[in-house]
Ligand binder design. Sequence first.
Ligand SMILES: Nc1ncnc2c1ncn2[C@@H]1O[C@H](COP(=O)(O)OP(=O)(O)O)[C@@H](O)[C@H]1O
Ligand SMILES: [Mg+2]
Length: 360
Amino acid sequence: MEATLEAEHLYKVFGRRPDEAVRRLEDGVDREELRADGTTAAVIDASFTVAPGQIFVVMGLSGSGKSTLLRMLNGLLEPTAGHVRFDGQDLTGLSDRDLRAVRARKISMVFQHFALFPHRSVIENAAYGLAVQGVPRAERERRAGEALALCGLAGWEKSWPDELSGGMQQRVGLARALATDLLLMDESFSALDPLIRRDMQDQLLQLQQSLKKTIVFITHDLNEAMRLGDRIAVMRDGRIVQTGTAEDILVRPADDYVASFTKDVDRSRVLTASAVMDTDLRGDEADCACETATPDTSFGELCAISARLTHPVAVLDAKHKLVGVVPRQRLVGFLGDEQGTPVSCDSPRDAGGDKAVARA
Ligand SMILES: Nc1ncnc2c1ncn2[C@@H]1O[C@H](COP(=O)(O)OP(=O)(O)O)[C@@H](O)[C@H]1O
Ligand SMILES: [Mg+2]
């Protein structure tokens, strides 16, 4: 069931002579110049890999090319150039018939509204994707029932969609999508009110822990991207300008554009000890009787621990091995500086702090 999704130098150009436009883009002509002759370069040279079990978020402003990219991933749009591979199979080389078969079996696209069929029951809606694939009735109802239970909808199988709240209807859509290997979600939660939206994000994260699907999730909402994304690609004007973890994007923005995008993010909610800690340990050993952190400790918790200690916080892995230290100045550095550049840890005070960890 584990399948990797790969995009390799994908281009999509709308307008006349798209192939020529790709050649010109490869030669460094910019998108605006093409626009002058009525040609839209919607996606330019996009490459990335999504591992099984990963949520890959594509984030960007409206018009940056996100939906076009997603439609190429599921074969709804043929790339002007480049390749899409899923589960080792090159989707760009397939006949229409084979492509339809792959799509039906393995790929599920979830749009902004999970559009349920009003005249089908909840279980029929959840089983719809499997019905399209030709899965026999008994099996598809069993699998759809499991997916519904996972989404907290056990007992609602025989109900009609309009008997469910908006949030529950969304979960039926999610259950339907979960039956396939690859989920492509285009602004799927954007139309929801904030509380339901947050709830759906939690559900997706929770389900993903056991299901380990390959998911591409599109959003223009940075906070949603940061919450959901194992990796995030930031798109601007058709190009992916940076791919990385939420922490990479916050702490090491590729350019001023990405930095300006993340300026207002509450860093303390995204960063964890692993991003903040100093890993240059100079051979120190930790045998701490005092409070320590793990690489996953949140920034807020780290601040609280730091406040209770007189020396840097030791970060220990699952085997209690020291993997980093966090001197207090480093916390301040991450919050204080807009670029998130950590303060130097070579200062005499820090060096003394490390010894304190070693002694503890
Ligand atoms: N079928 C199409 N024909 C012409 N231009 C299109 C088409 N689809 C999208 N575009 C253009 O491609 C660009 C990217 O659009 P889109 O992928 O929808 O962006 P996003 O999803 O990030 O808002 C936009 O300039 C849009 O107008
Ligand atoms: Mg879109």
